[in-house]
Design a protein around this ligand. Structure first.
Ligand code: EPZ
Length: 437
């Protein structure tokens, strides 16, 4: 028996639903509380496995954490943090653990993490983090699976990222806020989740400014205070819910979705023929699905381009659209493997040199057993199951639980026939398909 997501074909997903806090904001903001020694209160915290994993990590470092899961309030007291070593089992569970390096170097001038492995999305090295930490005075020694970083004094430097890496931007910024002098990060990532972190750091007392075209300047301060903050709503969950309505011919209203964070994605939905209504100052989104959507093409890119984390769910919408769609994944080198699962459901997709999918729309998909390879693929396969004839069994439910706060309940409240339960399944998930990201 294995816990799976069971999805039955559902027409016309409709209703109103509110978003949870963003996974890719809350994890790094939780890590940033290591920069102060006080009682931090975070609100609108998603109740997901990754948040629980980050709580374990912070407690391992000595923080006292209380998570009111019902009210989504997380209290983190970092006055008792005494440790700078993250255990391998936590690192292996969640790559975002690498985001404690910057705060630990700022707090202890030392950090010990086990190397985060690669994952299904690709090698996912941390060279941009390490190369730039070295530039600001950190030396690293590798002992076995461990990476020990230490510094006598962090230096304020002008740093340039060869790629606008979200994690590297966040890690370097957090190591710089307590470093005397001015640190500059050129070609920084400016995803909304990075901006939410900047908001938190400034609320703690950090001196940070953003200069065009994509430069972050940090003036170091001596100490930072504890903070209260409400986490940014999850634009990726918004995209997934909008696509659930689009794929099933329904209509949905998300009152707390920020349309201004999803411009390119919403433009593509409109190009398909779906009607999008945006509220005052972009603060709500309504989608009415069109009955015969047209296929659209796109390539993923750093923000504000098409988000790589919505590539898989949007690709599912193309499998049932009229015409041919070309989707190019430019952010990760191996983030199209969900197409093999969709082919099992009858999708017509050709993979070109591992980073381009050519999709010819079909009349219908057919439900079957499929395996989710990562968080966003798990959501995509659930959406495919909503559209497909019959029943779809999605294995790899831990990805779904890691990345979302009860997305199955949200979809059920909109009429989806979806549940998570133990199932006898035909074959176990091949080990290599279950690596965490
Ligand atoms: C963050 O990952 C997100 N995770 C990812 O979301 C998201 O897809 C990604 O940013 C891009 O937007 C969190 O915020 C916890 P990157 P991150 O550093 O920081 C390469 C999800 O499903 N790279 O911007 O790891 C890397 O391999 C997850 O929610 C290096 O080569 O992403 C990738 O190809 C998936 N060396 C590209 O850059 C480095 O040192 C972008 O990675 C760092 C990254």
């Amino acid at each position: 028996m294995q816990e799976c997501i069971i999805v039955e074909q559902t027409h016309n997903i409709e209703g109103e639903i509110s978003l949870s806090g963003a996974k890719n904001a809350v994890l790094v903001i939780m890590a940033s509380t290591l920069l102060n020694s006080g009682k931090n209160t975070l609100r609108n915290v998603p109740n997901s496995e990754d948040v629980l994993c980050m709580i374990n990590l912070l407690e391992e470092l000595g923080a006292q954490v209380n998570f009111d899961q019902l009210n989504k309030v997380l209290e983190i007291d970092t006055s008792t943090v005494i440790n700078y070593k993250v255990s391998p089992n936590i690192m292996k569970k969640m790559r975002a653990s690498v985001l404690v390096m910057g705060p630990l170097l700022a707090r202890f001038s030392k950090t010990e993490i086990s190397l985060p492995g690669g994952c299904v999305l690709g090698k996912r090295p941390i060279n941009y983090h390490l190369d730039n930490f070295k530039k600001v005075g950190v030396t690293f020694e590798q002992s076995g699976d461990y990476l020990v970083g230490s510094t006598n004094k962090l230096l304020a430097k002008r740093l340039a990222l060869e790629y606008p890496s979200v994690g590297a931007t966040e890690n370097l910024m957090m190591s710089a806020v307590l470093t005397q002098g001015k640190t500059t990060i050129v070609n920084a990532a400016l995803e909304p989740e990075v901006l939410d972190l900047i908001e938190v750091l400034k609320r703690m007392g950090a001196k940070i400014s953003i200069l065009p075209p994509a430069t972050i300047e940090i003036e170091g301060v001596n100490t930072l205070n504890a903070v209260e903050h409400s986490i940014l709503c999850d634009r990726l969950e918004a995209g997934s819910l909008l696509l659930a309505a689009a794929i099933t011919g329904g209509n949905i209203h998300i009152p707390n979705a920020s349309a201004n964070l999803l411009d390119v994605f919403l433009m593509k939905l409109e190009e398909m023929g779906h009607s999008i209504l945006i509220g005052q100052n972009g603060q709500s989104i309504r989608l009415m699905a069109c009955k015969s959507p047209k296929a659209v093409s796109f390539k993923t890119a750093p923000y504000p381009g098409f988000p790589t984390d919505l590539q898989a769910p949007m690709l599912v919408a193309q499998t049932l659209a009229e015409g041919v769609s070309e989707i190019e994944e430019t952010v990760f080198e191996n983030r199209l493997i969900h197409i093999f699962e969709l082919q099992k459901m009858g999708a017509k997709i050709i993979l070109e040199n591992n980073n381009k999918a050519i999709i010819t729309g079909v009349k219908e998909l057919v439900g079957t057993e499929v395996v989710a390879s990562d968080i966003r693929a798990s959501c995509a396969l659930v959406l495919a199951g909503l559209a497909a004839n019959g029943k779809t069994i999605v294995k790899g439910v831990h990805h779904f639980k890691r990345g979302y706060d009860a997305l199955d309940q949200k979809l059920r409240s909109l009429g989806a026939q979806i549940k998570i339960e133990k199932q006898d399944i035909l074959q176990d998930i091949p080990k290599e398909k279950t690596l965490e990201i």
